[in-house]
Design a protein around this ligand. Structure first.
Ligand SMILES: Cc1ncc(COP(=O)(O)O)c(C=O)c1O
Length: 358
């Protein structure tokens, strides 16, 4: 990581500012990579958490085979920054997006794969890629219990895989799911057996998520894993038992701008800084210096903190550090993240794919 160190002049007292502890982030990157290496699973981190090409490159340098993006806007930023092997885990739907995907696939050196769960999506992609030099690699997204997107049964999965295999311009590459649930192993076991009977092979079986990554190797046929949040961690991953507080690299540094009553503090971090995402938590983040305090309410630029349970209470002007509930959405709210080591700013990253939701 020293290659991206620039020792910028950043005033960490000019809040709110989002910092990333580089030692913690680098340890998080190494830990997941070591798990993947130990189990022979390819590591394909999801960049939605950081949206920063330099961090994607650090993940590759540690051993990742490529990256995962959710949206084509993220793909465009990452390709432009020199990342090449990219999986898109989202139905690419609509003429404008299909055209854009086709153009992105022509980027020199690009190796794109998409996950889809619908024949209509496959047909439109086939029309676009039928004349392409290389077919587009396609994974079938399977709903193995999470109830979001994905083919709902092994039979529906194999039916879609067969259709993809028969369409010009497409290459059936394998299966993908998010997250790993108690049903994932059973679903994939049945699907792989059915694929085999249909004469199809899944070269790639891709699982995802931070909380369940230590179980990825138990999924039948798994070849790669996509974790995102692990790189920074947050209050939700700690609550899920997937990380300790010491593994949380992100802090939102915020100033106590008012102490109107004995029991109330107001921070300069509101919903435009912390996001309104609760992720099942009580309050909008953990104040490291005052863990009993609760950020009970957010206005856009005000964080209202209830101090009733605190023996010690902060003063006006004091700077506190908040571990956010959900690090990925905090990243997307900020122009830049500041990498710190031993409390000193070492690098400022532009959040290059910030807002790339198309
Ligand atoms: C398709 C997909 N893969 C992987 C991930 C990464 O999950 P996590 O952030 O829990 O590591 C996500 C998260 O939203 C996802 O939607």
């Amino acid at each position: 990581m020293s290659a991206i160190a620039t020792r910028p002049a950043v005033d960490l007292a000019d809040t709110p500012v989002v910092t990333i502890d580089l030692d913690v982030m680098e340890a998080n990157i190494r830990r997941l990579q070591a798990y993947c290496d130990a189990h022979g699973i390819a590591n394909r981190p999801h960049i939605k958490t950081h949206k920063i090409p330099e961090i994607a490159r650090a993940q590759l340098a540690a051993g990742a085979v490529g990256i995962t993006c959710q949206k084509l806007g993220e793909v465009a930023v990452m390709l432009e920054a020199g990342l090449r092997d990219i999986l898109v885990t989202y139905n690419v739907l609509g003429a404008a997006k299909v055209r854009r995907l086709r153009a992105l696939a022509d980027h020199p050196g690009a190796r794109l794969t998409v996950a889809i769960d619908d024949l209509a999506v496959a047909r439109a992609l086939s029309d676009a890629f039928a004349g392409a030099g290389d077919p587009l690699r396609v994974l079938v997204e399977c709903d193995t219990g999470a109830g979001r997107m994905g083919t709902p049964t092994p039979a529906a999965t194999v039916e879609l895989a067969q259709a993809i295999a028969g369409l010009p311009g497409l290459w059936f590459e394998g299966l993908m799911t998010y997250p790993i649930t108690d049903d994932t192993a059973r679903f994939f076991e049945a699907t792989l057996a059915k694929l085999d009977r249909a004469g199809l092979r899944a070269n790639t079986v891709s699982t995802g998520g931070t909380p369940a990554y230590p179980r990825a190797h138990t999924v039948p046929g798994v070849t790669e894993h996509r974790a995102g949040t692990y790189v920074f961690n947050d209050r939700a991953t700690v609550a899920a038992g997937a990380a300790a507080w010491e593994d949380c690299a992100m802090r939102v540094r915020s100033t106590v701008v008012s102490r109107p009553t004995a029991d109330r503090a107001v921070l300069d971090a509101g919903s435009k800084t912390l996001s309104s995402d609760l992720q099942g938590q009580t309050g909008y983040g953990r104040i490291v210096e005052y863990p009993e305090a609760v950020i009970v309410r957010l206005n856009e630029e005000h964080g209202i903190v209830e101090l009733g349970a605190c023996a010690r209470r902060p003063q006006v002007g004091e700077i506190v550090s908040i571990i956010p509930n959900h690090t990925c959405v905090v990243t997307n709210l900020h122009d830049a993240l500041v990498g710190v080591r031993d409390g000193q700013a070492e690098v400022v990253w532009r959040v290059a794919a910030r807002g790339a939701v198309r």
